[in-house]
Design a protein around this ligand. Structure first.
Ligand code: PMP
Length: 365
């Protein structure tokens, strides 16, 4: 047998991982890429310069491990989040990791795991059940309404009944785009016996107040997770974070790998945060473009789902995978998220959105 001939079936893989699929947004080289909800605007030159200078300075210390607790970065994130939400937070309330995916994984390592359950309202972010599987947390899928909203009263009843150790609420929700008002989140928090993670990866695009405002009332159960991957135009930098009571940070320090955030990541993220004003200026442009694309899709006879984020779920297609392929052939990469009759498109630059809308006139429905 040669080195390349071993198949997955031949490996002593954990039984519960057999037959599963990895996270797999296709990374295709097409002219218009609107499939992973990134910010289409590259970072401004001042940010690029500042990151370069900061990384150069940090490189002089590469023989040493980084600050294991990333205290200065957490302080900067606390200052940003306090400013954005009006809630006073310090570095003791903040924790950071390589993307919010790693933050979510650490949460399930600490609060989920074998014999424990995590509940989510589907369709939602596909990584929640994948991270649950990886940490051997039993996943409890709970359906949204047919219009993809969450009936929070009913959801609170289900949570009270099922008593999951962790509840995931994505707001705004990926891939459907809608968000949940604070009153609805409050109902869920009052019903939940365990941790409630509000995944706010797209919060900057929404006009609704952040769940961070609910921390004071639910300090022992609420975790709000955030990311620099979307509004901050820092997807390649890999930086996610959360806000919670300091005890949650203590819990995550039990499971995180030492020195998980490299010297380079910490330096680059701090430099990017110094330019938050400039990068976040794109949010208003993207929200206006989103509304324009929604209207244009309606005009073409599609049914876009109301969105508070930087992407739009839209239908209806008789054969969504065939339509996805037709978009690729037209040079536009959108996302087939597995919801029958629907595709998801990220909001791009006006030119990219025009290319998407032009292709939309041609694709088979
Ligand atoms: N949560 C949601 C809802 C997301 O859509 C994403 C990215 N697609 C993430 C978390 C993770 O993003 P990252 O790891 O880049 O912070």
């Amino acid at each position: 047998m040669s080195l390349d001939d071993v198949t997955l079936d031949q490996l002593p893989l954990r039984e519960d991982l057999r037959g599963r699929s990895p996270y797999g947004a296709p990374q295709l080289d097409v002219p218009v890429r609107l499939n992973t909800n990134e910010n289409p605007y590259p970072p401004p030159p001042g940010l690029v310069d500042d990151v370069t200078v900061a990384v150069r300075a940090a490189a002089a210390d590469l023989h040493r491990y980084p600050d294991r607790d990333a205290v200065e970065l957490r302080r900067d994130l606390a200052a940003y989040l306090s400013g954005a939400t009006g809630v006073a937070l310090t570095e003791r309330n903040l924790w950071a990791a390589n993307g919010s995916n790693e933050v979510l994984q650490q949460i399930l390592q600490a609060f989920g795991g074998p014999g424990r359950t995590a509940l989510g309202f589907e369709p939602s972010y596909s990584m929640h059940p994948i991270i649950a599987a990886g940490t051997r947390t039993d996943w409890v899928p709970t359906p949204r309404r047919p219009d993809f909203t969450v009936d929070t009263d009913r959801a609170a009843e289900i949570v009270a009944e099922r008593r999951p150790d962790v509840v995931f609420v994505t707001s705004p929700n990926n891939p459907t785009g809608g968000s949940i008002p604070l009153s609805g989140l409050g109902s869920l928090l009052r019903a939940a016996p365990g941790i409630v993670v509000v995944d706010e990866a797209y919060a900057e695009f929404s006009a609704r107040p952040s769940a961070v405002r609910l921390l004071a009332d639910h300090p022992a159960t609420l975790i709000v997770s955030r990311t620099m991957s979307k509004a901050f135009a820092f997807a390649g930098g890999r930086l996610g974070y959360l806000a919670a009571t300091p005890a949650v940070v203590d819990a995550l320090q039990l499971v995180r790998l030492p020195y998980h955030l490299s010297v380079l990541t910490q330096a680059a993220a701090r430099a990017a945060l110094r330019h938050a004003g400039e990068t976040l200026a794109s949010v208003a442009t993207l929200a206006a473009e989103r509304d324009r694309v929604v209207e244009a899709l309606r005009g073409l006879g599609f049914e876009p789902v109301p969105s508070d984020a930087n992407f739009i779920l839209f239908g209806r297609f008789a054969d969504a995978p065939a339509a996805w392929r037709a978009y690729v052939d037209a040079g536009v990469l959108v996302r087939d998220v597995g919801i029958e009759g629907h595709l998801r498109v990220s909001v791009g630059t006006p030119e990219e959105n025009d290319a998407f809308l032009a292709a939309s006139k041609e694709v088979p429905r």
